[in-house]
Design a protein around this ligand. Structure first.
Ligand code: SME
Length: 151
């Protein structure tokens, strides 16, 4: 996987004129889903710091029932608490996991930080077994850095 090419594509896309936050997030989710074979569902959850819930933002993939996730619940909620990337290579082994689809085998969740503080996250489900490598983490953390300017 040539993450550098995908990253360049995302950077060029974000330099387009007149991109509002929703367009920017949606466009980046579309590029990730289209360009990386093992990314099957790609979305953003944003923290509502008053209710302490994560709220689903732009996503690409099947509809999910999990539009609101409490902080601490599931892989997404754990990352909202830890503010650190979490990789689950086999969702069947993760006890604090919220299932969206029986097709999903693995998940990576990467925090988006504003001045170091958790504000949102990129959530990616994969239907492939143990698909994530260190390169996915490095790549997606760089993408999250690019997206932090929208918060
Ligand atoms: N699996 C996530 C829930 C969100 S869906 O993947 C879209 C979790 O455990 O937090």
């Amino acid at each position: 996987m040539d993450f550098k090419n995908v990253f360049d594509k995302i950077r060029v896309f974000l330099e387009s004129d007149n991109l509002n936050k929703a367009d920017a997030l949606k466009g980046v989710m579309e590029i990730l889903k289209e360009k990386v074979y093992h990314y099957d569902w790609v979305g953003v959850y944003e923290l509502d710091s008053i209710s302490k819930n994560l709220q689903l933002g732009p996503f690409v993939g099947k509809d999910t029932d999990h539009v609101v996730i409490p902080v601490g619940k599931g892989v997404c909620g754990q990352v909202a608490e830890s503010n650190r990337t979490m990789i689950v290579q086999d969702v069947k082994q993760e006890s604090n996991y919220i299932s969206c689809s029986i097709d999903v085998q693995a998940e990576i969740v990467v925090p988006i930080k504003k001045d170091g503080v958790f504000v949102a996250e990129i959530d990616i489900d994969s239907n492939s077994p143990s698909p994530f490598e260190e390169a996915d983490k490095t790549f997606l953390e760089s993408v999250a850095d690019l997206l932090s300017c929208y918060y």
